[in-house]
Each structure stands twice: as structure tokens, then as C-alpha cells.
Design a protein around this ligand. Structure first.
Ligand SMILES: Cc1ncc(C[n+]2csc(CCOP(=O)(O)OP(=O)(O)O)c2C)c(N)n1
Ligand SMILES: [Mg+2]
Length: 513
């Protein structure tokens, strides 16, 4: 690109993005990225791309992540040089660990200025370790085909902007063929369970049905509705059934429960992981086989094996029907219908895991399980809702909401989805009550270093951003959720953290019965 004028680089780049079926781009303002801003604005005016402008790059990154997750399309996020780039790091890490197709497109000063005191100049190439770098525009189709995120750092010399005319209407899309891997054939014989984590392979549902394999499907696996899916799967795993397992098939990225993680660290059990070492949830021993897809050899399915798992799960599901702490999760799941449900980390996704019905159609569930951060959830949810179009609900804890509340910093003419954000406000980190640090021995230090109450007014915060807010009782939530908002709406439900540890022990106890 040496010597090429910035506006011409921007023209080639936007043309190349359109050829990759890019439909949305996120932009944060700056001077160095000016040529890209004007080119994308023109493409937006010409109806070829939807541009989303965000002042805060950290939120811009998560917005792109949400858009890319929901649409499955490459989503670029464009920043100026300097600390602006570093603010993309959390979203890029999440994208790396959950293989989301997003592109950090970062404007840079010419390389000759690095190592000098030139304004807003730092070492941008390689700033996201582990994320592949693209070094030329023609490499774009290859990077998209590889999947996952990548970083394109472009040096722009002056003149940054010039009054050129942009016409992208001649750009054409090239349809990408999905890459299908090798099928790994297995015998039906051993008593097998399927562990389906985040973003699991949907084709496993049919294989499991044919083989009568129970599936322990996390909410964001996409396999909850499969005909062999076990209710409260992670709790059933705490029962004696675990001792009878002879083989495990793992698909997606399971992260929600320690019993599952412990199962996958066993070295005396054959495990087939549909993925590679980088997606296996732990250190893979010699007992782990890696495969792209799974298929069956001949054999007779063991219906009794499946039945014992399904019955155990149904019994636990029934026992939890009256659990008051789960009212919010239940209302949210029901209201989401066949729409989109975005779940924050911490208790909310685990609550949904306990109440979400199995073996019937449900919403499409998205969650940031690559690194399970509580950051960026508001923007992730907004991006996912923008990429999904239909009914969209997000559920998250108060700290998760507050951590990412700058996601509500949206200009008045930017596209907004119709999205209900339900905040389960227990004033602090409720999950820690259920972990080791919630034990009575640490009670004196708990509130300050784990509980971390904030007393922040979510209502005032929403008001500052001009976002509708309503404080609702848990029991009245279902009624409020029946109404689809125009734009973004926050429903805050206040609950107590106190009962969390007790609920946890009730739930674990159910497996033993
Ligand atoms: C970015 C980030 N920082 C810290 C954590 C550790 N962490 C996990 S859950 C949690 C508390 C979450 O609180 P809240 O969102 O209110 O949910 P609750 O546990 O109360 O349901 C924290 C701090 C994390 N996962 N991600
Ligand atoms: Mg909380």
C-alpha cells in the first residue's frame, strides 16, 4: 500500500468488505481513521452497509462482537490510533476464545513515527496476542474463511481525507461455501453422554437421537431442544449415574459447571471432542480424540441408558418448579419464545440452565462464554439484537450491567434494536455466595472484596442516557415482558443475595436423592 492515498486504500478496503457479505460495521471517531469513516458513511448512505457509531471503543468492540455472533457475518470495528486500539482488547479476546468473526480495523500512524514521541503513536501491530494479523487487503477472503477474529492495522499518511466521490454500488457479493470437516465414526456400544457447551454443533442432535445418547446442553449450546436433552443436566451429573458413563462426546465450549469440567479431566474415559486442543475445556490427555464431526457405525441404541438420564433430569426440574429465586429466569425464558435471548455471565445463565425446558423449541441463546467476562454485556446484547431483528431479551446481573453501562452511550440517529434488558439486581456479586469464598469462615471480608455492593441507581443511569427504565417485582416481570418495547428498555428486578447459598445446596442435594 506504500504511497497509495488513504482515500484510495479506504475505497479498496470497503469494496473488499462488501464482497465478503459484510452488512454491519462499527466505527469509533478519530482523525487517523477519517478516510475509513467517510468511506463507510458513504456505503451506509448507499444502503450497502449499516454503520453504527460509538464513542467508547470498548463498547464498540462488544457491539461488533454481538453483531457478528448473531449474524454469523464478519463484522469490522474501526478505531483511530493509540489507546483507542487497546480498548478493543476485551472484545477481541472474547472473539478469539469463542471464534467469532470480527475484525479490528485500526488506523495507525506511518511506521517511521513508532518509537518517537509522535502524538497517539504506539506499537499497534501484535497488540492482541494470539489474534492473527492481516497484512494486505487481498488476504481478506482467506482470513474470513479461517474463521475467528483478526486484526488489520493500516498506516495512513497525510493527506488523510480528500473530497472524493464514493460509489460502492457496483460492489458484488461472493457467496462463501461453508467448510465441512471429516466425519469421525464411532461405535454405538459404550454408554455415552454428550456434553454440549456454548455454540455446539447442531448436527449432533440427530446423531444423539439415533444413538439414544443423553445430551447435557448448556443454554447457549443450541441443543437444548434436542430430543435427548436432559433437564438440569449439570445437576444430574452429580448423581451416581456419572459412575456408569463409558464415553463422552464434547461439542462446543462447556464452561458452566465444575462437575462437567471434572468429568472432562478424567483420563480413564474415552472422550471425543468436536474441535481441537484450543477449544477443549482443559488439558486434553491421551484419552481425548479430536474430530470435526461425528457419525455412527452400526449397533443397537441403549434406550434404558437414555431413559435413566431423562427421568433423573425431569425429577430435578419438577423439584425446582417452586424455587422463588428462579422466577426471573423462568419469566425471561418464556417471554423470549422463539426469539433471541442474551445471557450475562454469573448467576443469570446458571439460573436459566436450571429452568429452561428441554426437548421443545426455545429461543436462540447467545452468551459470551469464550472467557465468561462480565464486561461488554450491554453492547453485546444490543449488537446481537441488531443482528437478529426479531424479539430480543437480555438478562444480566447488576454488576454485569453496570460494568458495561457505557453500552447505553448511543447517539440519537444510530440504529437501535427493540431490546428488553432485564437486570437482576442483588446489589453485588451474588455468585460468590455459592462459591468457596461464600463459606462462613470468610464472612467478615466477604462484603468488601467479593460481595461488592455499589448502591448505584440503575434508574438514574438509564435516565442519563434517555433509556426507559422500570422497577418491577419478580412476580410481575412476565406481564411486563409481554410487551415488546420500541427501542431499548431496562427492567430492573431487585432481589436479595441472602438466599443464594441455600438455593445452591438445595440444588446440589437434589442429585443425591
Ligand atoms: C471482566 C470480569 N471481571 C470480573 C469477573 C469475575 N466475576 C464473575 S461473576 C462476578 C460478579 C457478577 O455480579 P452480577 O453481574 O451482579 O451477577 P450475580 O453474581 O450477582 O448474579 C465477577 C466480578 C469476570 N467474570 N469478568
Ligand atoms: Mg449481582
Amino acid at each position: 500500500m506504500g504511497g497509495e492515498r488513504p482515500v484510495e486504500i479506504a475505497r479498496r478496503l470497503v469494496t473488499a468488505l462488501l464482497a465478503q457479505e459484510v452488512t454491519d460495521a462499527v466505527l469509533s471517531p478519530g482523525s487517523r481513521s477519517g478516510p475509513l469513516a467517510l468511506a463507510l458513511h458513504a456505503a451506509d448512505e448507499q444502503g450497502l452497509i449499516r454503520l453504527h457509531v460509538r464513542v467508547d471503543e470498548r463498547e464498540a468492540g462488544f457491539l461488533a462482537l454481538g453483531l457478528a455472533k448473531a449474524s454469523g457475518r464478519l463484522t469490522p470495528v474501526i478505531t483511530t490510533s493509540g489507546t483507542a486500539v487497546a480498548n478493543l482488547h476485551p472484545a477481541m479476546l472474547e472473539a478469539l476464545h469463542s471464534r467469532v468473526p470480527m475484525m479490528a480495523l485500526t488506523a495507525d500512524r506511518p511506521a517511521r513515527l513508532r518509537g518517537t514521541g509522535a502524538n497517539q503513536t504506539t506499537l499497534q501491530p501484535g497488540i492482541f496476542p494470539g489474534v492473527p494479523m492481516l497484512d494486505r487487503i487481498t488476504g481478506l477472503p482467506g482470513a474470513v474463511r479461517d474463521g475467528g477474529p483478526f486484526h488489520f492495522n493500516i498506516e495512513f499518511d497525510e493527506p488523510l481525507v480528500e473530497p472524493v466521490s464514493w460509489d460502492f454500488t457496483q460492489s458484488s457479493w461472493s457467496i462463501q461455501q461453508p467448510v465441512r470437516g471429516q466425519v469421525h465414526l464411532v461405535d454405538l456400544g459404550p454408554r455415552t453422554i454428550v456434553v454440549a457447551g456454548d455454540d455446539a454443533d447442531p448436527s449432533v442432535a440427530a446423531v444423539a437421537e439415533q444413538a439414544a445418547w443423553p445430551i447435557l446442553a448448556e443454554p447457549s449450546s443450541g441443543l437444548r431442544g434436542a430430543s435427548t436433552s436432559v433437564a438440569c443436566g449439570r445437576i444430574v451429573l452429580g448423581s451416581r449415574l456419572i459412575e456408569r458413563i463409558e464415553r463422552v462426546i464434547v461439542t462446543g465450549h462447556p464452561t458452566l459447571s465444575r462437575p462437567v469440567t471434572n468429568l472432562l479431566t478424567k483420563t480413564n474415559l474415552p472422550i471425543v471432542h468436536l474441535g481441537d486442543r484450543s477449544t477443549f475445556p482443559g488439558v486434553a490427555g491421551a484419552n481425548v480424540t479430536f474430530a470435526d464431526r461425528i457419525g455412527l457405525r452400526a449397533g443397537a441404541p441403549d434406550d434404558a441408558w437414555l431413559k435413566s438420564w431423562l427421568q433423573a433430569g425431569d425429577r430435578i426440574e419438577n423439584a425446582l418448579l417452586d424455587a422463588e429465586q428462579l422466577t426471573v429466569a423462568r419469566a425471561v425464558w418464556n417471554a423470549a419464545g422463539r426469539g433471541l435471548l442474551v445471557l450475562g455471565s454469573s448467576n443469570t445463565i446458571r439460573d436459566v440452565d436450571l429452568v429452561a425446558p428441554v426437548r421443545m423449541p426455545g429461543p436462540r441463546v447467545l452468551a459470551n462464554r469464550g472467557l465468561a467476562g462480565i464486561d461488554g454485556m450491554v453492547s453485546t446484547a444490543i449488537g446481537a439484537a441488531l443482528g437478529h431483528y426479531g424479539r430480543a431479551i437480555a438478562l444480566m446481573g447488576d454488576l454485569t450491567f453496570l460494568h458495561g453501562s457505557n453500552g447505553l452511550l448511543i447517539g440519537p440517529i444510530e440504529p437501535r434494536p427493540n431490546l428488553t434488558i432485564v437486570v437482576l439486581n442483588d446489589d453485588g456479586g451474588g455468585i460468590f455466595h455459592t462459591l468457596e469464598q461464600g463459606a462462613p469462615e470468610y464472612a467478615h471480608a466477604f462484603e468488601r472484596v467479593f460481595g461488592t455492593p455499589t448502591r448505584t441507581s440503575i434508574e438514574a443511569l438509564c435516565a442519563a442516557h434517555g433509556v426507559r427504565h422500570r422497577l418491577v417485582e419478580a412476580t410481575a416481570l412476565a406481564g411486563h415482558l409481554a410487551r415488546v418495547p420500541v427501542g431499548i428498555e431496562v427492567l430492573e428486578v431487585r432481589v436479595q443475595r441472602a438466599g443464594r447459598r441455600a438455593l445452591q445446596s438445595v440444588v446440589s442435594g437434589l442429585a443425591a436423592v
